[in-house]
Design a protein around this ligand. Structure first.
Ligand SMILES: [Zn+2]
Length: 324
């Protein structure tokens, strides 16, 4: 059997069981066929794995895997290895990860857009999923930075700390909420490009710290429904949730219709939120904006009210999204 075999996506499962090894194989792992007694499936040994979906499979782990879960790398399959793109012949003996040609093209577009706007970026500094989604480029904050944020923002309880900013991009921040780390930062390459261009343009127009975009959920790793993040229309990878701007420059949620749960004071910046949405409508291919403040809806054509959008803006790009 040729080397390598790749663990291929079947449906939306992120992992396939490696029977007898007590571990799961992330889709996109690289394995080599190995002689084993298997009640079903075929024996494989892990050659390379990755932690995009959670834990990587240990290199050298051996077990049995369903025959339909692996396929030989064909000549079109490319692998990212140490940041370089190689063919199957170069993927067998070192850490590498298969990437389909269309996903490689999308990843490259995102890299080029980032480089145009913010400076050089290597392909392997971006992450992607085996369903063709690309991660919003982010650097995770360290524990010390997050503890400093807890102190600065007065995040004194677990439910408030869950709302902390956990990562930063060049012109935006990312807050996590209740989702598993890394599970909510995915979108189509085109959507990531739109977000990067909008964030760059907005930061050029309004570069003060209280203009910083705070981005929450994009999409899950793939288009699975129901969306494990709990949204009705994020699964297509074209939407992002954005916090309301605040008058105090803080990094925390604001509500248009209720005070801050820490201070009891209102810190929602209606003027800046209105300005940003009008700017986005004029400067990005925005297909949908959901937000419930009637004053903003009156001021910015295209904004619609839908239940659940009092503390964030839901913004989609590209073709018109489905009605929620
Ligand atoms: Zn949303």
């Amino acid at each position: 059997m040729p080397c390598p075999l790749v663990v291929a996506a079947t449906g939306f499962a992120l992992f396939v069981p490696l029977d007898g090894a007590g571990v799961d194989l992330p889709v996109g792992s690289v394995v080599r066929a190995t002689p084993m007694q298997c009640a079903r499936g075929i024996g494989v040994e892990v050659q390379a794995s990755h932690d995009t979906y959670g834990a990587a499979a240990p290199i050298g782990a051996r077990g049995c895997v369903a025959a339909e879960a692996v396929r030989p790398a064909d000549s079109d399959t490319r692998f990212l290895k140490d940041g370089a793109v190689v063919g199957p012949e170069g993927a067998c003996d070192a850490p590498s990860r298969p990437i389909p040609p269309a996903t490689l093209a999308g990843l490259t577009r995102v890299r080029d857009t980032y480089a145009e706007l913010f400076g050089p970026l290597r392909l392997d500094e971006l992450d992607w999923t085996d369903w063709g989604y690309v991660a919003l480029p982010l650097r995770a904050l360290g524990a010390a930075a997050i503890e400093a944020e807890w102190a600065r923002e007065g995040l004194s309880t677990p439910s408030r700390r869950e709302k902390a900013v956990v990562a930063a991009g060049p012109a935006y921040l990312h807050f996590l909420g209740a989702d598993a780390p890394g599970s909510d930062i995915w979108a189509t390459p085109a959507t990531i490009e739109h977000v990067l261009r909008l964030a760059h343009a907005w930061s050029t127009r309004c570069g003060t710290p209280d203009c910083m975009l705070q981005l929450g959920d994009l999409a899950w790793y793939n288009a699975r429904t129901p969306d494990p993040l709990g949204h009705r229309d994020h699964n297509e990878g074209t939407c992002v949730d954005i916090r309301l701007f605040r008058t105090d420059g803080g990094h925390y949620e604001a509500w248009w219709n209720r005070p801050d749960d820490r201070t009891g004071a209102h810190a929602y910046d209606r003027a800046r939120t209105t300005e940003f949405l009008a700017f986005a409508m004029a400067n990005a291919p925005v297909s949908e904006v959901l937000f419930n403040d009637p004053a903003v809806i009156a001021a910015v054509p295209g904004v619609r009210a839908v239940k659940g959008h009092d503390d964030h803006v839901h913004m989609c790009f590209g073709a018109k999204a489905t009605q929620p």
